[in-house]
Design a protein around this ligand. Sequence first.
Ligand SMILES: [Zn+2]
Ligand SMILES: [Zn+2]
Length: 133
Amino acid sequence: MFGLKRRKHLFPGIFRWECRACGHLFHQGNPVMRYAMDEAGERHPIHLPGGRGAVEQVLGLSLRELKRAGRIGGLRLVLCRDCDHVFQIDLKRDSHACLECRSENTVDLESFAGEACPKCGRGKIKAKQIAKI
Ligand SMILES: [Zn+2]
Ligand SMILES: [Zn+2]
């Protein structure tokens, strides 16, 4: 499980996670992706804007109905501290183990911001938004 530290929730956009001191780039991407699940449990990303209607059409239900049925979720970016792999999971539903090396030494990137850099040990990790989506 992740630490007790409260996550600072980021909004959708393109962010870069890098060290303020050594400049190491850990990841660049969108930290938040909502999805709707079909009856088979397959996840369909709800892109903004425009995707909402497409998802409603494919699944045959409105987002409100999907939400009521518990079929809406959010994917978050998670970093593996052991192999540096970054992957996307639903923190509430999925295993937090690394999809690459199976390590459980992982952290969601929202919590990672503000931590000491594991590469140089001097700087802090900064999440910087570089584009809107
Ligand atoms: Zn790993
Ligand atoms: Zn560093």
